[in-house]
Write a protein that binds this ligand. Structure first.
Ligand code: COI
Length: 354
């Protein structure tokens, strides 16, 4: 493995008030960077002071969006130590996204080592207030100066970190979601299961319009039939209907969420059956009409477990569990976050203590 060079900052920044972090607004003192050139491969891994890149206006990412990213967190444990949550899964998923976007894969061992060293160097940036963590954002973008359409011959891989609180301003309070019936996010064969910026760009118009109407998120339907429930963009989605837990299956259009996988493992561990199956918006609405929609929640690294209190579809508003966090949603949140913050034993071996 190539040695990671380290250049420490001479101007450490003031840290933000950890009681008012919000999400993704502050960045720690250092970042990890590595370059790729065709014929040379990934090279020059280094940790340097956080700062701007200089890229050419013709850098291919600016034109053709050849870009991927990841999101994971470092948590301050109850005993003061710091741990990463399922970093291997994020790194593996990043290489799957790389494959889809025709980006050269990275050495998974080197990336884990880079994350560990970066978090260790900026360890004082890992907050300890309740519900805070250090969000780790690895990303790769095409950097060849060329406006012809082809896979780039140059890339930059970078990892930045950001101390964060809750993703939604609502915190752990239930969010309101708007079911989108005009725009679609992806279709099978597209890039829906890769973590690439374009998937998110396609959601912004609907997100903005939903926001103006008081909804925090958009619930996406499939791009062909416009009836199968997919995901909420920043999270995978779950329903408890008449005692049964349902989440849409991984069929290439939604992100294979690591928090989604953790929910599945936890529910299995508790002996609660789950059905990964297609569910139409009509089935959801019908179950809500019949009073059978007991709970709804989203799962994601940034959003953690986020209860859904209201669903709006075709001019009708459905309140889930009286707009309150459901008992199973609350229990999942408590157990998952207890593992993440090292307050309870981790029977799944998900955590990596630094
Ligand atoms: C994450 O949960 O880490 C994500 O990347 C979602 C993003 C919209 C913040």
């Amino acid at each position: 493995m190539e040695k990671i060079m380290i250049e420490l900052t001479k101007n450490p920044k003031n840290k933000p008030d950890s009681k008012n972090l919000g999400f993704g607004k502050y960045f720690s003192d250092h970042m990890f960077v590595m370059d790729y050139d065709t014929g040379k491969g990934w090279h020059n891994p280094r940790i340097v002071p956080y700062g701007p890149f200089s890229i050419e206006p013709s850098a291919m990412v600016l034109h053709y969006a050849q870009e991927i990213f990841e999101g994971l967190k470092a948590y301050r444990r109850a005993d003061g130590r710091v741990q990463l949550f399922r970093p291997w899964d994020n790194i593996r998923r990043m290489n799957n996204s790389a494959e889809r976007l025709s980006i050269p894969k990275v050495d998974e061992e080197l990336v884990l080592e880079a994350m560990k060293q970066l978090v260790r160097i900026d360890i004082d940036w890992v907050p300890s207030d309740p519900e805070t963590s250090l969000y780790i954002r690895p990303f790769i973008f095409a950097n060849e100066p060329h406006v012809g359409v082809h896979s780039s011959n140059k890339y930059i891989f970078c990892i930045i970190t950001s101390p964060v609180g809750a993703y939604y301003p609502e915190g752990m309070n239930p969010v309101k979601i708007f079911v989108e019936s005009r725009d679609v996010r992806t279709v099978r064969g597209g890039t829906g299961s890769a973590k690439t910026g374009g998937n998110y760009a396609a959601t912004l118009r609907a997100g903005e319009e939903a926001g103006k109407r008081g909804f925090s998120q958009v619930l996406w339907l499939d791009g062909i039939h416009r009836k199968y429930i997919e995901e909420v963009g920043s999270m995978n989605v779950w329903f408890k209907i008449n005692g049964k837990i349902i989440t849409p299956p991984l069929e290439g259009t939604i992100l294979p969420g690591i928090t989604r996988a953790s929910c599945i493992d936890i529910l299995n561990h508790w002996g609660i059956p789950i059905s990964e199956r297609l569910i139409t918006i009509d089935e959801l609405i019908e179950s809500a009409h019949k009073g059978l929609l007991e709970e709804a929640w989203g799962s994601g690294t940034a959003a953690v477990i986020s209860p859904i209190g209201e669903i709006f579809y075709k001019d009708e508003r459905f309140i889930v569990n009286e707009g309150k966090t459901g008992p199973l949603t609350g229990k999942l949140y408590d157990y998952l976050t207890a593992i993440q913050w090292g307050k309870t034993e981790d029977p799944f071996s998900w955590t990596v203590i630094l």
